[in-house]
Design a protein around this ligand. Sequence first.
Ligand code: SF4
Length: 217
Amino acid sequence: MNIRISRLHFPVTTLGPGRRIGVWFQGCSIRCSGCISVDTWAPAGGETQVDAVLAQLRAWLPDADGFTISGGEPFDQPEALLALLRGLRRLSAGDILVYSGHAHERLADVLATADGLIDALISGPFDMAAPQTLMLRGSDNQRLHCLTPLGRQRFSALPRRAKAFDVMFDDDGSVWFAGIPSRGDFQRLRELLADQGHHVQTSAARARDRRDRNQQS
Ligand code: SF4
């Protein structure tokens, strides 16, 4: 089964309880204003197979408490998402949290097929104007659904934590953050680094440059 993936990472500690395996899908048709994951919007790129993803995750499984599947928009690839969820369930007893920018009601068909495979779902688009007070959500309009007993056990009473990010370094020197930033956090970080003489190019800016170049050619 084909799947488009932006990134895999372990451990992720800021998107759900415990040490988690993070899976970011490539491609998002929703395109919320203010999205911090613009680099995952392009519908092309990151092509691989679900079995290859599962094989890559296997080494992390003994130390993982759960999985966080985000993007991009995982439900833009419903068949691949279902195949991945079935594979994860087969391999691990860890909980599975999935993010979607779609309203819960729009996901009814896939959720019915995925019955028991998703423990917790966070649904709804990012709204730049909404307050940001809820755990695991970028904006308070987004809803948390605990869909299984394991999901209720792990997600219904999330302890309040201070804002934190997982920081990942790629071989080419790129730095990635996982977590839920407050409004303006990345802009402040960028200004701080620029003040110290560092050149900072965000993935959002890089994606915008690429889009502009494509429009000109
Ligand atoms: S659904 Fe998620 S990835 Fe897609 S635009 Fe909205 S915030 Fe960004």
